[in-house]
Write a protein that binds this ligand. Structure first.
Ligand code: F6R
Length: 689
C-alpha cells in the first residue's frame, strides 16, 4: 500500500524520484521521503516528512539533493502511526544504509527482538526498519562472503572505495582497488593488480601476488606473500562492498510480503528484492528505474522488466544483474509498455477521478476487445468444470455480483460470488474441476492473491481478470483477460469497474453463444455514455450534490442488476465524501432498514423497465415515511423528488446507471473540499491481508 521508486544512472536522481513519487501517490499518501547518495560527498542524505508529496516536497526541497542514485517512498501506514520517524527511508544505527519497503514483514517482532538484544537502536515503530538493521548486522558480523554475486572462485574487476571489510575468506584475483580504510582479516588473496591506498589491515593469511600498491598505512600481520612487486610495507587488498551479500542474507530472513530497495553509503548501487509486493524495473539508456508500477517512469522509458517473486536485483551505473533467490540464474525479458504518458497524466482535468470517469465511452469499447480464442477456451472451461467462483474485493466484487446475475440471466449458469477475504471459508468446496475467476483491477490485491493461492492448493483452474499487465495476478492464472482500461490513478475504481461489467457481459453472452449481439450493444453504448458525461448532466449532479452535502446518511435501493449497481454507487459515494451511504435490495427494506428512514432521508432508487413496479412501490414506502426519493431511470415517476435521467440499456444498465453516481460522488467530494483522488485512509493497491 506504499509506493516505492528508485533511480540509478547518469541523470540527476532527485527530480526523477520526486516526479515518480507523485505518480505513485495514489498508493499511499500519509508521508513521503527520499534518500540520495551525494555525488559530491558520497554520503547518504535523507529527507522525509508527514503529508502529501507536494506539501513535503515544498518544505524539504527533495529536488535540491544532488547525486545520480536515489530511492523514494510514499507511505500508507500499516505498522506504526503516521510520523516522520515511521516514514521511509529507514536507516541502520549508523545511518549508512537506507531502505524503503512496501509490504508487511510478518516476523518483524522476532527480528526486532533479536536485533535489540544485539544492541541495535530503532527510531520508529514500523515493521520495515528491521531490514536496514538486519543488513547492518550482517555487514558487521564478519560472516560475509566475497562481494555480491562473485563466487569465491571468480574475480573482481574493480572496487571503488571501501570503508571497512569485516572478514573475507578467499578472493582469486582483483584488478584494481581504489582506496580501503580498513580490512579486518583476509584468509587468502590470489592476485591483485593494483591497489590505490589502504589505511589499515588487520591480518592477512596469504596473498598470491600483488602488482602494485600505492600506499598502505599499517598492516598488523601477514602470514605469507608470494610476490609483491613494489610495496614498501606489505599491503593487501580490500574488496568491494559486502553490501549485496548482506542484503541477500537479510532478505532471506524476512517473512511476509516485500518489495525493498536498499542503498549504502560508499557503494554506487541499488539492491532490490520482491516477494508478493509489486516491483518493476524500467530500463533507459541513461539508467535503471525501480518502481511499484510503470507509471512513474513512463516519461523516460517504456522498456520494462516485470520482476517475479524472490528476484534479487543489483543495479549499478551501466549494469543490471538479476538472479532469483530460489531458482538462481534467471533471464527476465524486457517488455514494452503499451500505456502512454498522457494516459497517466491528468491533462486538462482537475482530478484523475473526473478524467477517468470521462474516459469510459472509450474504455468500455476496449474492454470488449478480447482475444476470441481465449474467450472460447474460458467458455469451455466453464462448461467442463464443476463449480464456478467469482472472487474479488470492493468494486471488483460488485462487478462480480453483477456478473453472477448476467451469467444467470443470459447463460443460465450459476456462479458463486465470494469476497476474496472470505474465500478461505470455501476452500473445502474446491477441487481440480473448480474454476475460479480472480478479478482485480490492480492485480496486486493481497486478499485476491491469497484466494488464488488457496484455489491452486486444491488444483482448481484460475482465470485472471486484471488491468495491469505484469501484476502478480496477470502471471497467476491459467487464462488471462486484460481490462484494457489504461492506467487508473484515482484511488476509486470508475472506468475499471465498468470495464469489468462489460467483460462479465461478454463472458455470459459467449457462454450463451450470442457474443455478436453483445458486441453490437456495447458499440451502441458509446453515445449513451458520452451523453452522460455532458455538461448538462454534470450541472444537474452538482445541484444534487449541494442538496446532499449536509446529510449524515444516504440509502440506495435496486433489484437484480440495479441492486448490484446500488451497492457500487453506495461505495463510490461513501469512500469519497465520507457520508455514510448504504445499499439494500429493494425487497429487503421492509425487513429492517425501513426503520432508518425519517424526514428528508435521501433514498436513491435504481429502476429498470424490467422491475419498475416493484421497486417503485419500495420507493413509495420510503416516501410515505418522509424520505426524499431520487430516481435513476429512463422516465420520471411521480414518486421521485429528483430525477437522474439515464437511458434504459437492459443488461448494460449497471454501466449506464453507475456513471452518474460516479459523477455525483466526485461532485460531493469537490463541494466538501475533499481530494477525490486520494480519500483518507484508502490506497489504490491493497497489498495487505
Ligand atoms: C473502490 C475501490 C476498491 C477496489 C478494491 C479492489 O472504488 O477502488 O474497493 O475495488 O480495493 O481492488 P482491485 O480491483 O485492485 O483488486
Amino acid at each position: 500500500m506504499c509506493g516505492i521508486m528508485g533511480y540509478i544512472g547518469t541523470e540527476k536522481a532527485s527530480p526523477i524520484i520526486s516526479r515518480g513519487l507523485k505518480n505513485l501517490e495514489y498508493r499511499g499518501y500519509d508521508s513521503v521521503g527520499v534518500a540520495m547518495l551525494s555525488a559530491i560527498s558520497g554520503s547518504l542524505e535523507i529527507r522525509k516528512g508527514v503529508g502529501k508529496i507536494d506539501e513535503v516536497q515544498n518544505q524539504l526541497k527533495f529536488d535540491e539533493l544532488d547525486g545520480n542514485i536515489g530511492i523514494g517512498h510514499t507511505r500508507w501506514a500499516t505498522h506504526g502511526t503516521v510520523s516522520r520517524e515511521n516514514s521511509h527511508p529507514h536507516t541502520d544505527c549508523a545511518g549508512k544504509i537506507a531502505i524503503i519497503h512496501n509490504g508487511i514483514i510478518e516476523n518483524n517482532i522476532e527480528l526486532k527482538e533479536m536485533l535489540l538484544r544485539k544492541g541495535h537502536r530503532f527510531s520508529g515503530e514500523t515493521d520495515s526498519e528491521v531490514i536496514a538493521h538486519l543488513i547492518e548486522d550482517r555487514m558487521n558480523s564478519g560472516e560475509i562472503g566475497p562481494v555480491g554475486f562473485v563466487d569465491p572462485a571468480e574475480s573482481v574487476e574493480s572496487v571503488g572505495s571501501v570503508e571497512s571489510v569485516g572478514s573475507v575468506e578467499s578472493v582469486e584475483s582483483v584488478e584494481s582497488v581504489g582506496s580501503v580504510e580498513s580490512v579486518g582479516s583476509v584468509e587468502s588473496v590470489g592476485s591483485v593488480e593494483s591497489v590505490g591506498s589502504v589505511e589499515s589491515v588487520g591480518s592477512v593469511e596469504s596473498v598470491g601476488s600483488v602488482e602494485s600498491v600505492e600506499s598502505v598505512e599499517s598492516v598488523e600481520s601477514v602470514e605469507s606473500v608470494e610476490s609483491v612487486e613494489s610495496v614498501e610495507s606489505v599491503g593487501s587488498t580490500g574488496f568491494g562492498s559486502c553490501f549485496e551479500d548482506a542484503c541477500r542474507w537479510a532478505f532471506g530472513q524476512l517473512r511476509g510480503s516485500y518489495a525493498v530497495l536498499a542503498m549504502v553509503e560508499g557503494a554506487d548501487e541499488i539492491v532490490a528484492v520482491r516477494k508478493d509486493s509489486p516491483l518493476v524495473l524500467g530500463q533507459a539508456d541513461h539508467g535503471t528505474f525501480f518502481a511499484s508500477d510503470v507509471s512513474p517512469f513512463l516519461e523516460w522509458t517504456k522498456d520494462v522488466i516485470y520482476l517475479q517473486n524472490h528476484d534479487f536485483v543489483v543495479a549499478e551505473k551501466g549494469s543490471l544483474r538479476i538472479c532469483n533467490l530460489i531458482d538462481g540464474e534467471v533471464d527476465r525479458p524486457v517488455d514494452t509498455v503499451e500505456w502512454s504518458v498522457e494516459e497517466a497524466r491528468k491533462g486538462n482535468f482537475e482530478h484523475f477521478m473526473l478524467k477517468e470517469i470521462f474516459e469510459q465511452a472509450e474504455t468500455i469499447q476496449k474492454a470488449i476487445q478480447q482475444d476470441r480464442e481465449v474467450v472460447d477456451r474460458i467458455v469451455q472451461m466453464i462448461q467442463e468444470g464443476f463449480g464456478v467462483f467469482f472472487v474479488a474485493c470492493g468494486s471488483s466484487y460488485h462487478a462480480c455480483m453483477t456478473g453472477s446475475y448476467l451469467m444467470s440471466k443470459i447463460a443460465g449458469v450459476h456462479v458463486n460470488v465470494v469476497l476474496a477475504s472470505e474465500f478461505e471459508n470455501y476452500e473445502h468446496f474446491l477441487t481440480d474441476r473448480t474454476l475460479v475467476f480472480a478479478v482485480s483491477q490492480s492485480g496486486e490485491t493481497a486478499d485476491v492473491l491469497d484466494a488464488v493461492k488457496a484455489a491452486k492448493r486444491q488444483g482448481s483452474k484460475i482465470v485472471s481478470i486484471t488491468n495491469v499487465m505484469g501484476s502478480s495476478l496477470s502471471r497467476e492464472g491459467d487464462e488471462l483477460l486484460m481490462m484494457n482500461s489504461g492506467p487508473e490513478i484515482c484511488v476509486l475504481s470508475t472506468k475499471t469497474y465498468t470495464s469489468q461489467v462489460i467483460m462479465m457481459e461478454l463472458l455470459a453472452c459467449a457462454l450463451a453463444g450470442v457474443e455478436e449481439d453483445c458486441a453490437r450493444r456495447v458499440k451502441e453504448l458509446y453515445m449513451d455514455v458520452h451523453n452522460l458525461t455532458s455538461k448538462n448532466m454534470r450541472e444537474s449532479l452538482k445541484k444534487l450534490a449541494d442538496l446532499l452535502v449536509g446529510k449524515d446518511h444516504i440509502y440506495m435501493i435496486g433489484r437484480g442488476l440495479q441492486y448490484t449497481t446500488a451497492m457500487e454507487a453506495a461505495l463510490k459515494v461513501k469512500e469519497v465524501s465520507y457520508i455514510h451511504t448504504e445499499a439494500f435490495a429493494g425487497g429487503e427494506l421492509k425487513h429492517g432498514p425501513l426503520a432508518l428512514i425519517g424526514e428528508g432521508t435521501p433514498l436513491f432508487v435504481f429502476v429498470s423497465q424490467e422491475n419498475e413496479d416493484r421497486i417503485v412501490s419500495n420507493a413509495q414506502e420510503v416516501k410515505a415515511r418522509g424520505g426524499y426519493v431520487i430516481g435513476v431511470s429512463d422516465w420520471d415517476n411521480p414518486v421521485f423528488d429528483y430525477w437522474i435521467k439515464v437511458p434504459d440499456c437492459g443488461n448494460l444498465n449497471p454501466v449506464i446507471q453507475a456513471i452518474p453516481l460516479q459523477i455525483l460522488a466526485y461532485e460531493l467530494a469537490v463541494v466538501l473540499g475533499l481530494d477525490p483522488d486520494k480519500p483518507r485512509n484508502l490506497a489504490k493497491s491493497v497489498t495487505v491481508l
